[in-house]
Design a protein around this ligand. Structure first.
Ligand SMILES: C[S@@+](CC[C@H](N)C(=O)[O-])C[C@H]1O[C@@H](n2cnc3c(N)ncnc32)[C@H](O)[C@@H]1O
Length: 192
């Protein structure tokens, strides 16, 4: 309970320091995290990538669902949050990288992710950065893989549809604010 409160304060501090980069005042609720991760087959995944790991609301649950030989690469641009993640989850399957999601390729050693979990605040990011990151998503995902995206509005649905053959949407009401969850699969063709 105390650690949850501490996380919320850390998260709020990160938001106050850089509101457009953090894009939310609270970490994702455990219900929304579970609803989101239920959209992918994490126990069968070999490589999972997390973008915008924050204080780790998704990280812990991803690790709990992963197999013993799987790998999780978690990118977080805020150095203090990245440091916290590395200290909190001392799990040999986890690599925490303090870098921008647009440079994801550089951290995958040529592998493709079976599951990408993105909690980035696309609507508040600078448009050029947003486009570069969205373009990376299908390229970093294996052909049979899935990219999961959590947002607080349906605004990014069109951008995702332009990049993936199939985009499924569900709403998770038990989050502040309610969360829009997207499960994106399949290449779109030549643009990929
Ligand atoms: C809405 S928060 C989500 C945090 C956490 N995953 C959760 O669900 O509670 C977005 C996170 O993305 C990080 N972030 C923003 N831009 C980023 C970028 N270009 N690359 C990597 N992380 C980024 C922020 O620092 C913040 O921790």
């Amino acid at each position: 309970m105390i650690s949850q409160l501490t996380d919320r304060l850390r998260f709020l501090r990160a938001f106050v320091t850089n509101p457009r980069q953090v894009g939310a005042i609270l970490p994702t609720s455990r219900w929304a995290v579970r609803d989101m991760l239920d959209l992918a087959d994490l126990p069968a995944a070999g490589l999972v990538v997390e973008l915008g790991a924050g204080t780790g609301s998704q990280t812990g649950e991803i690790l709990a669902r992963l197999g013993p030989d799987a790998r999780l690469v978690a990118l977080e641009i805020d150095p203090q949050l990245a440091k916290l993640l590395g200290e909190r989850y001392q799990d040999p399957r986890l690599t925490v990288v303090c870098d921008s999601a647009e440079f994801l390729d550089a951290h995958l050693d040529g592998s493709l992710a079976d599951v990408v979990v993105s909690a980035l605040p696309y609507t508040s990011l600078e448009p050029g950065l947003r486009r570069r990151i969205l373009d990376v998503l299908p390229k970093a995902t294996a052909p049979q893989g899935v990219t999961l995206v959590i947002q607080y509005s349906p605004l990014m649905q069109g951008e995702l549809r332009r990049r993936f053959a199939s985009v499924r949407r569900r709403v998770s009401p038990w989050n502040v604010p309610p969360a829009f969850l997207f499960a994106c699969t399949g290449p779109t063709g030549p643009a990929r």
